[in-house]
Design a protein around this ligand. Sequence first.
Ligand SMILES: [Zn+2]
Length: 127
Amino acid sequence: MQCEICGSSLTGRMFTIQIEGATFRVCSSCAKLGSPVRNKKAVKMAVKKSSGYLEEPLLELRKDYNKVMRQEREKLGLSQEQLGRKINEKPSVIKLLESGKLKPNDLLAKKVEYALKIKLLVPPESE
Ligand SMILES: [Zn+2]
């Protein structure tokens, strides 16, 4: 790789500059001859990051999820095993959830919500 202006080999930092619309890869001493070219990729990524921020409302697992789970399961007359079968989880998982020892991830919480027709994930404001 050589500086496109003076021809010296680019051993140190390489600069990309623009002179009258043309782009040159140059050494540090020639960099001041033109205006620096911005890294287009970096700009694009920054835009992507800032747009679409907080599209979905953030949901939180309600604090009494284990009590609600147990109540609703019993209301429906399901055993822990039956509920486990319904959502494709081991009864021991249901047991841990209902005792509050295990916090369900979003996917598991949604499965339980669907099976018991309850809401476990709620907006942070409503408690
Ligand atoms: Zn140069």
